[in-house]
Design a protein around this ligand. Structure first.
Ligand code: FES
Length: 116
């Protein structure tokens, strides 16, 4: 049983956006922390869990989300929960706990007030 049923008018239950921004000038950016690989991993994990598609979860690419100092960054809506992940285990936990069961992964939350 899903903990957070979608609103009747929402096409997806949740989106997760991954910042894939790359800066060529040497400034900090999520791309330097293997953000693309994390995005790919998340897409695969969501699909393998049977969570992708209308009424479920959409995994999206994003440009800079302006919280670079906490990077690499992903954010889940509609809850507006911001994550700083490190490795595949983190991605798998976000998928299993939050995207599948609606339970926020507290240990991966981006600290409040972290900006660019
Ligand atoms: S470069 Fe990823 S949040 Fe800015």
């Amino acid at each position: 049983m899903n903990a957070n049923p979608p609103k009747p008018d929402s096409y997806y239950e949740r989106h997760i956006f991954f910042c894939l921004n790359e800066r060529k000038n040497g400034e900090e950016c999520c791309a330097q922390y293997q953000a693309q690989a994390a995005f790919d991993r998340c897409k695969m994990a969501v699909k393998n869990a049977g969570l992708s598609g209308p009424g479920q979860v959409r995994v999206n690419k994003a440009g800079c989300l302006d919280r670079c100092a906490g990077g690499p960054i992903a954010v889940v809506y509609p809850e507006a929960v911001w994550y700083t992940y490190v490795d595949n285990q983190d991605i798998d936990e976000i998928v299993e706990s939050h995207l599948k069961n609606g339970k926020v992964v507290e240990r991966l939350l981006t600290p409040p007030n972290v900006g660019r």
